[in-house]
Design a protein around this ligand. Structure first.
Ligand code: ZN
Length: 222
């Protein structure tokens, strides 16, 4: 995005442009609707995107065959923020752009941790606990793993975990995982579960938990 080319139209956009909201975490916690992808570009300047799946469909029109492109894309900063989105257009390039922008508007702040007693390294390299997600017939389970395991998941989930900044995980999938869109969304929904589960500050966790890219102050750092 070129500097200065964005004129914010929403309340959140105006607060971000004015410097009142300075981080993606604060933007998400503000509960203001995220409707401008430029907000994500501004608050997460290192964000990357990748196309997960391209579906081409032919349709008949009066003038002959026409293609429609449906794209599923993932965005992430590799450090606790990730989004998945879909876009559709008559040509590939605008469909990709729509999918990437939709993924930015779906961005979530995940929780990460060391996750296992055996590892004990205390870094944010895996999931903090076991999570599930589903989409269509696909059900994905992601589990914390010790350091060095890598992303022991399917190819699509691998890309999403990398974008989210999860280096190690065990994953299982059931259902029609060949339906790539559902597999991607189920994986994303599993990661979303890390953000939805509230940490109880009264509970002493066995390992520290990171929220987005930041060590959670409420967790036990020992
Ligand atoms: Zn560890």
């Amino acid at each position: 995005m070129a500097e200065g080319s964005w004129t914010p139209r929403t309340q959140l956009g105006k607060k971000v442009a004015a410097g009142e909201i300075k981080s993606m975490s604060d933007a998400i916690r503000s509960k203001l609707p995220l409707k401008e992808y430029e907000i994500v570009d501004m608050l997460l300047p290192t964000i990357k995107d990748e196309v997960l799946y391209i579906e081409r469909a032919q349709r008949m029109t009066d003038s002959g065959r026409r293609m429609t492109y449906s794209i599923t894309a993932v965005v992430g900063n590799g450090d606790g923020f990730v989004g998945v989105g879909k876009g559709k257009a008559k040509e590939a390039a605008p469909a990709i752009r729509k999918a990437v922008n939709a993924a930015k508007l779906n961005i979530i702040e995940i929780k990460r941790g060391c996750g296992s007693w055996e590892c004990g390294c205390g870094r944010a390299h895996t999931l903090p606990f076991k999570v599930h997600g589903s989409s269509g017939s696909v059900r994905v389970t992601l589990k914390p793993s010790p350091r060095g395991v890598g992303r022991a998941v399917g190819d699509i989930a691998k890309v999403i975990l990398e974008m989210a900044g999860i280096d190690d995980a065990w994953g299982f999938a059931k259902g029609h995982t060949k339906t790539t869109v559902n597999y991607a969304l189920a994986t994303f929904n599993a990661l979303k579960q890390t953000s939805e589960i509230k940490l109880n500050p009264a509970i002493q966790l066995s390992t520290p938990i990171y929220v987005g890219g930041v060590l959670n102050a409420g967790s036990n750092q020992n």
